[in-house]
Design a protein around this ligand. Sequence first.
Ligand code: ZN
Ligand code: FE
Length: 241
Amino acid sequence: MTLEVVLFPCLSDNYGFLLHDPESGATAAIDTPDAKEIAAQCEARGWTLTEIWNTHWHPDHTGGNVALKRRYDCVVRGPHRAAGELPVQDIQVAGGESFTFAGQKIDVIHTPGHTDEHIVYHVPSAELAFVGDTIFALGCGRLFEGTPEQMWESLSKIMALPDHTRLYCAHEYTLSNARFALSVDGENADLLNAVEDATAKRDAGQPTVPTTVAVEKVANPFITAGSATELGRRRALKDAF
Ligand code: ZN
Ligand code: FE
Protein backbone atom coordinates (compact mmCIF):
# COMPACT_ATOMS: atom_id res chain seq x y z
CA MET A 1 0.00 0.00 0.00
CA THR A 2 1.35 3.40 -0.92
CA LEU A 3 0.62 6.53 1.02
CA GLU A 4 0.76 9.69 -1.07
CA VAL A 5 2.40 12.89 0.21
CA VAL A 6 1.55 16.37 -1.02
CA LEU A 7 3.67 19.39 -0.14
CA PHE A 8 2.64 23.00 -0.75
CA PRO A 9 3.90 26.42 0.39
CA CYS A 10 1.90 28.27 3.07
CA LEU A 11 2.31 31.66 4.75
CA SER A 12 5.71 33.23 4.04
CA ASP A 13 8.01 30.19 4.30
CA ASN A 14 6.04 27.29 5.81
CA TYR A 15 5.15 24.08 4.06
CA GLY A 16 1.80 22.37 4.42
CA PHE A 17 1.67 18.59 4.02
CA LEU A 18 -1.07 16.10 3.28
CA LEU A 19 -0.66 12.35 3.74
CA HIS A 20 -3.28 10.42 1.79
CA ASP A 21 -4.30 6.78 1.46
CA PRO A 22 -5.94 6.25 -1.96
CA GLU A 23 -7.61 3.04 -0.82
CA SER A 24 -9.49 4.24 2.26
CA GLY A 25 -9.50 7.95 1.44
CA ALA A 26 -7.92 8.75 4.82
CA THR A 27 -6.14 12.11 4.64
CA ALA A 28 -4.01 13.74 7.31
CA ALA A 29 -2.75 17.33 7.38
CA ILE A 30 0.55 17.59 9.18
CA ASP A 31 0.31 20.91 11.01
CA THR A 32 -2.12 23.60 9.93
CA PRO A 33 -0.24 26.73 8.83
CA ASP A 34 -3.13 27.90 6.63
CA ALA A 35 -6.63 26.37 6.83
CA LYS A 36 -7.78 27.92 3.53
CA GLU A 37 -4.81 26.57 1.58
CA ILE A 38 -5.06 23.13 3.19
CA ALA A 39 -8.77 22.94 2.36
CA ALA A 40 -8.09 24.12 -1.21
CA GLN A 41 -5.42 21.42 -1.67
CA CYS A 42 -7.89 18.79 -0.42
CA GLU A 43 -10.74 20.07 -2.62
CA ALA A 44 -8.50 20.14 -5.70
CA ARG A 45 -7.97 16.39 -5.28
CA GLY A 46 -11.46 15.49 -4.09
CA TRP A 47 -10.06 14.50 -0.67
CA THR A 48 -11.75 14.88 2.70
CA LEU A 49 -9.51 15.75 5.63
CA THR A 50 -9.85 13.01 8.25
CA GLU A 51 -6.97 13.89 10.61
CA ILE A 52 -4.68 16.68 11.75
CA TRP A 53 -1.29 15.86 13.31
CA ASN A 54 0.34 18.76 15.13
CA THR A 55 4.09 18.74 15.78
CA HIS A 56 4.11 21.63 18.31
CA TRP A 57 1.99 24.48 19.56
CA HIS A 58 3.42 27.44 17.56
CA PRO A 59 0.69 29.34 15.71
CA ASP A 60 2.23 28.73 12.27
CA HIS A 61 1.68 25.01 12.98
CA THR A 62 -1.72 25.04 14.70
CA GLY A 63 -3.39 28.21 13.39
CA GLY A 64 -5.73 26.32 11.06
CA ASN A 65 -6.88 23.72 13.61
CA VAL A 66 -10.13 25.44 14.57
CA ALA A 67 -11.32 26.20 11.02
CA LEU A 68 -10.37 22.75 9.68
CA LYS A 69 -11.97 20.94 12.63
CA ARG A 70 -15.15 22.93 12.02
CA ARG A 71 -15.12 22.20 8.30
CA TYR A 72 -14.20 18.49 8.34
CA ASP A 73 -14.81 17.32 11.91
CA CYS A 74 -11.44 15.56 11.61
CA VAL A 75 -9.52 13.93 14.47
CA VAL A 76 -6.83 16.24 15.84
CA ARG A 77 -3.72 14.62 17.29
CA GLY A 78 -0.99 16.55 19.00
CA PRO A 79 1.68 16.51 21.66
CA HIS A 80 1.11 16.66 25.38
CA ARG A 81 0.81 20.22 26.53
CA ALA A 82 -1.08 21.99 29.30
CA ALA A 83 -4.77 22.03 28.35
CA GLY A 84 -5.82 24.98 26.27
CA GLU A 85 -2.44 25.76 24.76
CA LEU A 86 -3.16 23.90 21.54
CA PRO A 87 -6.27 25.09 19.72
CA VAL A 88 -8.45 21.96 19.50
CA GLN A 89 -7.00 18.61 20.43
CA ASP A 90 -8.80 15.27 20.45
CA ILE A 91 -5.97 12.82 21.08
CA GLN A 92 -2.69 13.49 22.85
CA VAL A 93 0.26 11.48 21.56
CA ALA A 94 3.65 11.13 23.21
CA GLY A 95 7.11 10.00 22.21
CA GLY A 96 7.42 6.22 22.13
CA GLU A 97 3.75 5.77 21.26
CA SER A 98 2.40 4.56 17.94
CA PHE A 99 -0.98 4.85 16.29
CA THR A 100 -2.53 3.49 13.13
CA PHE A 101 -3.38 5.54 10.05
CA ALA A 102 -4.93 3.76 7.08
CA GLY A 103 -3.61 0.47 8.43
CA GLN A 104 -0.05 1.82 8.68
CA LYS A 105 1.89 2.21 11.91
CA ILE A 106 2.88 5.77 12.74
CA ASP A 107 5.63 6.17 15.34
CA VAL A 108 5.73 9.27 17.52
CA ILE A 109 9.17 10.57 18.52
CA HIS A 110 9.64 13.18 21.26
CA THR A 111 12.07 15.84 20.03
CA PRO A 112 12.30 18.67 22.58
CA GLY A 113 14.52 21.68 21.93
CA HIS A 114 12.55 24.06 19.72
CA THR A 115 9.63 23.60 22.13
CA ASP A 116 9.40 21.27 25.15
CA GLU A 117 6.73 19.01 23.77
CA HIS A 118 7.73 18.95 20.09
CA ILE A 119 7.06 15.62 18.37
CA VAL A 120 7.97 14.04 15.05
CA TYR A 121 5.74 11.62 13.12
CA HIS A 122 7.66 8.74 11.54
CA VAL A 123 5.89 6.70 8.86
CA PRO A 124 8.14 3.61 8.48
CA SER A 125 6.08 2.03 5.68
CA ALA A 126 6.47 5.17 3.54
CA GLU A 127 10.08 5.75 4.63
CA LEU A 128 9.44 9.33 5.68
CA ALA A 129 9.08 11.52 8.75
CA PHE A 130 7.35 14.83 9.40
CA VAL A 131 9.91 16.64 11.52
CA GLY A 132 8.21 20.00 12.17
CA ASP A 133 10.71 22.60 13.37
CA THR A 134 13.24 20.17 14.88
CA ILE A 135 15.54 19.66 11.91
CA PHE A 136 15.66 21.69 8.70
CA ALA A 137 17.68 21.02 5.59
CA LEU A 138 21.16 22.19 6.70
CA GLY A 139 19.72 23.64 9.90
CA CYS A 140 17.78 23.07 13.10
CA GLY A 141 15.01 24.84 14.97
CA ARG A 142 15.72 27.74 17.30
CA LEU A 143 15.98 26.76 20.96
CA PHE A 144 12.92 28.62 22.24
CA GLU A 145 12.11 26.27 25.12
CA GLY A 146 14.91 23.72 25.24
CA THR A 147 18.64 23.30 25.72
CA PRO A 148 21.42 22.36 23.29
CA GLU A 149 21.58 19.00 25.07
CA GLN A 150 17.90 18.34 24.36
CA MET A 151 18.23 19.40 20.72
CA TRP A 152 21.33 17.25 20.28
CA GLU A 153 19.45 14.25 21.64
CA SER A 154 16.43 15.04 19.44
CA LEU A 155 18.55 15.34 16.30
CA SER A 156 20.30 12.09 17.24
CA LYS A 157 16.92 10.32 17.37
CA ILE A 158 16.14 11.54 13.85
CA MET A 159 19.59 10.53 12.61
CA ALA A 160 18.93 7.03 14.01
CA LEU A 161 16.16 6.53 11.42
CA PRO A 162 17.14 4.62 8.25
CA ASP A 163 19.44 6.65 5.97
CA HIS A 164 16.99 6.88 3.06
CA THR A 165 14.21 8.29 5.30
CA ARG A 166 12.83 11.47 3.72
CA LEU A 167 12.54 14.33 6.21
CA TYR A 168 9.67 16.74 5.63
CA CYS A 169 10.80 19.95 7.33
CA ALA A 170 8.15 22.59 8.01
CA HIS A 171 9.96 25.59 6.52
CA GLU A 172 11.88 26.51 3.38
CA TYR A 173 14.97 27.87 5.15
CA THR A 174 17.58 25.94 3.21
CA LEU A 175 19.46 28.67 1.34
CA SER A 176 19.77 30.90 4.40
CA ASN A 177 20.81 27.83 6.43
CA ALA A 178 23.36 27.10 3.72
CA ARG A 179 24.98 30.52 4.08
CA PHE A 180 25.48 29.94 7.78
CA ALA A 181 26.58 26.32 7.31
CA LEU A 182 29.31 27.41 4.88
CA SER A 183 30.56 29.95 7.42
CA VAL A 184 31.28 27.23 10.00
CA ASP A 185 32.02 24.19 7.83
CA GLY A 186 33.00 25.55 4.42
CA GLU A 187 35.55 22.80 3.71
CA ASN A 188 32.98 20.02 3.99
CA ALA A 189 32.57 18.53 0.50
CA ASP A 190 29.23 16.93 1.43
CA LEU A 191 27.96 20.33 2.53
CA LEU A 192 29.16 21.94 -0.70
CA ASN A 193 27.30 19.26 -2.68
CA ALA A 194 24.13 19.77 -0.65
CA VAL A 195 24.30 23.55 -1.13
CA GLU A 196 24.78 23.15 -4.87
CA ASP A 197 21.81 20.81 -5.00
CA ALA A 198 19.59 23.16 -2.95
CA THR A 199 20.60 26.17 -5.02
CA ALA A 200 19.72 24.36 -8.25
CA LYS A 201 16.32 23.39 -6.84
CA ARG A 202 15.51 26.94 -5.71
CA ASP A 203 16.71 28.35 -9.06
CA ALA A 204 14.24 25.98 -10.72
CA GLY A 205 11.48 27.14 -8.36
CA GLN A 206 11.38 23.78 -6.58
CA PRO A 207 11.24 23.05 -2.85
CA THR A 208 14.39 21.72 -1.16
CA VAL A 209 12.13 19.68 1.14
CA PRO A 210 12.18 16.77 1.72
CA THR A 211 15.80 16.20 2.60
CA THR A 212 17.09 12.82 3.80
CA VAL A 213 18.76 11.42 6.89
CA ALA A 214 21.75 10.45 4.72
CA VAL A 215 22.33 14.01 3.49
CA GLU A 216 21.80 15.73 6.83
CA LYS A 217 24.10 13.27 8.60
CA VAL A 218 27.10 14.50 6.63
CA ALA A 219 26.10 18.04 5.65
CA ASN A 220 24.03 19.58 8.47
CA PRO A 221 26.28 21.77 10.67
CA PHE A 222 24.21 20.99 13.77
CA ILE A 223 24.79 17.26 13.23
CA THR A 224 28.43 17.49 12.16
CA ALA A 225 28.86 19.62 15.30
CA GLY A 226 29.39 16.22 16.91
CA SER A 227 28.35 17.22 20.44
CA ALA A 228 25.69 19.15 22.35
CA THR A 229 28.30 21.74 23.35
CA GLU A 230 29.36 22.48 19.79
CA LEU A 231 25.72 22.43 18.66
CA GLY A 232 25.00 25.07 21.32
CA ARG A 233 27.93 27.19 20.18
CA ARG A 234 26.85 26.99 16.53
CA ARG A 235 23.20 27.65 17.39
CA ALA A 236 24.20 30.83 19.26
CA LEU A 237 26.32 31.93 16.28
CA LYS A 238 23.44 31.23 13.91
CA ASP A 239 21.01 33.26 16.05
CA ALA A 240 23.29 36.26 15.57
CA PHE A 241 24.23 35.50 11.93
ZN1 ZN B 1 7.93 26.48 15.54
FE1 FE C 1 7.45 26.95 12.46
